[in-house]
Design a protein around this ligand. Sequence first.
Ligand code: SR1
Ligand code: MG
Length: 603
Amino acid sequence: MIKAIVTDIEGTTSSLSFVKEVLFPYAEKHLPDYVRKHANSPEVKAVGENPIEKLEQWMREDKKETALKTLQGIVWAEGYKSGELVADIYPDALAKLKEWKATGFTLYVYSSGSIAAQKLLFGNTAAGDVNNLFSGYFDTTIGGKLEADSYQKIQKQIGYAPQEILFLSDSVAELDAAKKAGWKTVWLNRYSSTAKPPHTEAKTFAEITYLAYRAMDVDTLPAYLAEHKKLAEFLGGNPKEWNIREVGDGNLNLVFIVKGTKQSLCVKQALPYVRLVGESWPLPLSRAHYEYLALVEQNKNTPELVPALYLHDAELALTVMECLSPHIILRKGLIAKTRYPNLAKHIGQFMARNLFYTSDFYLSAAEKKNKMVQFAGNTAMCKITEDLVFSEPYFNAPMNKWNSPALDKTMESLATDVPLKLAAQELKHAFLTRAEALAHGDLHSGSIMVTEKETRVIDPEFGFFAPIGFDVGMYLANLLLSYFSHSDAEYKKWLLAQVKDTWNIFAEEFSALFLARKSGDSFSLALNINKQALEKILATIWQDTLGYCGVEIIRRIVGLAHVEDLESIADAAERGTKENAAIAFARKLILGRNTIHDIASVL
Ligand code: SR1
Ligand code: MG
């Protein structure tokens, strides 16, 4: 964990131009006069014979002579004092340095400007004297900034382990040297260089996040929650009385249930890697931020269908939310053949409302684009879907898993089925390019919690703008995976009714919203073609739904992430028969998505 942060100045906390275009010219202008007036001072004497000529030559040659640096420092001090000079510091740098200091990081400066000049600079910013932020300063008297040895010396002086120190610089060569000494590094690429050095990149200090990140466990979580008074009061009692269990069984995150003496809550924290695979597959913590944004949006559109939010900690990639109890994961309920009378209505409404209210049918073009920008960085999560759902099942991808030998032939045919591969890639292309609405992005039966009466959708960390039919297709696919997994005819009938009811309720609700609340810029109201437009839009959503439903079914059987519905069938041959049937059905949906016109045909 990072404990100390060492920062460069020029190009990092402050503009390159301030030193070159303001400080240096100021010294060139004022040094001769100062030397004439103080010819007998020890500082001027230290320069030697013909001090003015010598100083001018050193400045021209950018020499790091101590005597020059000392005199430059003196004239700059006078300039700052008179107010003629005001030191430059980027607002994002100052804000973050203050935040880090307040959160307990120890801050240092390492710059090729002299320590005196560093202190002058931070002592005379537009925001006043900010030297109180720093616990120490280093210049080239400790060693050159391109030598790993200099960083080792600084590390020994400040007393942290190398991996506990973060160095910030705009210079890749400096970062390379710091990295050699075992330090963590962040490259401030303020000037949009397209180079890709092996350092974490940030355009501004604001992008440097998760420094305080540590994965929580049942021992550290009580103290963290106790620091948040409202949460502690909500739980009731004292931390020793809280019962904490880690219950995460998904593919990615930690999930804790905390039971206090009064109430309970749920803490979800992202891990910096894919839990299902391990540390060899790093995954950005920023997904917690996108999940939180999506939850906020869903809380606005469908508050009764998502968990209430209590706290989001951006640095720890952690969200505290309502503990859903006695709810269980829908997938488990479906495996246990439980029937949920309100499920189709709830999920139909969840999809219709969230997809409509984040689309161009409701939002103005500007509002929609602004919302898209908020999610534009969730690229790593999209990449998982792009690879796992649309591509990997159709070639010999290393992470594919299948029930062998029952599915060996199916695997071969998937890899050689040109029409199917083309269709899967067309669906992928639409996923990449048709940013119609904010999709949940991973709406399967493991992302839904239920009681007999209530339904709550969780886990929207894959939240991104996608075709409207994406969520609908994913969800129906998971109902159908359950259908194929079961042998009980009555329960299968109920599942098919779920498929039909969910689609119908979604379509009805979406249509009602479209006709009553359409205010966005697409299909201009002025043209008076709302009804005809809706028909066309629903037809497109339907086609997409069938396609996405098909690819989700296939990838859950032969890709990396399988479903317990089928996995829990102990007899591999029986399972294989069911899996093959599901894949054959999925293929029909994908290839027939333009010719299957209604839900009755699907059933
Ligand atoms: C590496 S993550 C695998 C799958 O788990 C998630 O729930 C998503 O469905 C993803 O595709
Ligand atoms: Mg620099």
